[in-house]
Design a protein around this ligand. Structure first.
Ligand SMILES: Cc1ncc(COP(=O)(O)O)c(C=O)c1O
Length: 138
């Protein structure tokens, strides 16, 4: 069973009040609130690691690489990826969709194909489709 209160407990920001009421946050498309596990890991990465993945040959860099690859593995298993290399982290939704538009769109979208995008979609989801030379914005 999906226990909303248990999940709310994991998000420190949801413990605060706004206008005298418990915070209800609905702007996750713009800024996702973080559960304590993420906040603590980011804190550790800043205070105790702070090294590049896949580049340095020193201890901190190797630890960063190990953590990064473990995250890819775990997320890959969660989303049903065939291998962890299918998991690519980006800075956000816009960068992700840009990557898909370039890598997948340029290869498979051709003149005459249709891409359906709801009018309600955020600008960031439509903008990068325009990089496809066949995309027409109606
Ligand atoms: C609804 C919605 N979708 C997408 C985005 C873009 O997300 P990102 O900043 O991760 O590229 C935003 C950013 O404000 C947004 O509000």
């Amino acid at each position: 069973m999906f226990d909303v209160e248990k999940i709310r407990e994991e998000f420190p920001i949801l413990h605060r009040e706004v206008y005298g009421k418990p915070l209800v946050y609905l702007d996750s498309g713009a800024t996702a609130q973080k559960p304590l596990a993420v906040i603590e890991m980011v804190d550790y990465l800043q205070r105790g690691l702070n090294a590049n993945i896949h580049r340095g040959v020193h201890y901190l860099s190797e630890e960063a690489t190990t953590l990064y690859e473990a995250a890819r593995e775990r997320i890959g298993a969660f989303i049903g990826a065939a291998e962890k290399e299918e998991v690519v982290f980006t800075a956000g939704a816009t960068a992700s969709l840009n990557t898909v538009a370039h890598a997948w769109g340029e290869k498979f979208v051709r003149a005459g194909d249709n891409i359906l995008v709801s009018e309600m979609e955020h600008h960031s989801k439509k903008r990068h489709l325009s990089i496809l030379k066949y995309f027409q914005y109606h």
